[in-house]
Design a binder for this molecule. Sequence first.
Ligand code: UT7
Length: 334
Amino acid sequence: MEKINAVITGVGGYVPDYVLTNEELSRMVDTTDEWIMTRIGVKERRILNEEGLGTSYMARKAAKQLVQRTGTNPDEIDAVVVCTTTPDYHFPSTASILCDKLGLKNAFAFDLQAACCGFLYGLDVVASLIASGRHKKVILVGADKMSSMVDYSERATCPIFGDGAAAVMVEATTEDYGIMDSILRTDGKGLPFLHMKAGGSVCTPSYFTVDHKMHYIYQEGRTVFKYAVSNMSEITATIAEKNGLNKDNIDWVIPHQANMRIIDAVASRLEVPMEKIMVNIQRYGNTSAGTLPLCLWDYEKQLKKGDNLIFTAFGAGFTYGAVYVKWGYDGSIK
Ligand code: UT7
């Protein structure tokens, strides 16, 4: 029997209209554009500030663009996976809301929570769904409304994050393209350094938790930074070596967009020049599960069939890993 590969056949994306600049942030907290640009590399980020809109709104916009661009008949979609840490509700899943908004009749849908590594894990999970032979067309979304859990009086955290969503279509093929390999890891020792203190089953919401600002992102930035640099650099070098990839035949590296200094470190470890590294952190900041597909959305025009892509990410957990993709089409499809 021929091997079934899972190939990305299209990209759709969405970022909200509202632009939160470093100038505006520096009127909210004690910071400067210079500090944020030197220490993080974010110039501005998008914020979904309309009342009553959550992650599924952005996911829907991205997925609708994807379905339209790929000319997909919604009845042919077998599954929808939404990678997010900021679901519309604890339950039901954001993916089930998306299914309804897209009018899908023959799909099953679920959320995948792996923090900033969600989309990376999602690529592997969807590749397995397709390799099983039971599913042929799957929508994979990375979407987060990070502004819903950022404390805008905390200067070390608020400049980093933004809101956004992007989606890819993943389809079965017998051609030698697609999601070729992945190395994924989870190190549960990361909990104390990056988490939300309340709102889960350990510490349920109360006046106390609200008064003590326990529903925001808690991050010990310096520690997370160190783990991110070493784990992402190591794992990208390992997947490259395992697949015979090096600075000459890697066409693109797509790193999680959390900090420009982390991106620089990954690039220099691989010895890949910056022209081959997808970067849009200046405009969107860290959209968590949204960063990797938003990079694809921005760079799609420049991609060619057969290009070797390495995705890598790091997030709360800690979750991290790298995925090797052989790109399946030329340029922008629409
Ligand atoms: O995506 C999930 C994974 N997350 C990450 O990958 C994030 C990893 N961590 C980071 O990106 C960085 O650690 C941060 C951007 C969060 C912080 O940058 P840093 O260079 O590690 O700063 P720091 O926390 O060590 O703080 C250095 C100084 C401190 O002042 P003192 O104590 O040296 O006087 C902070 O109070 O910078 C100060 N500081 C700021 N100053 C101006 C912290 N935030 C700000 C700010 N503006 N916004």
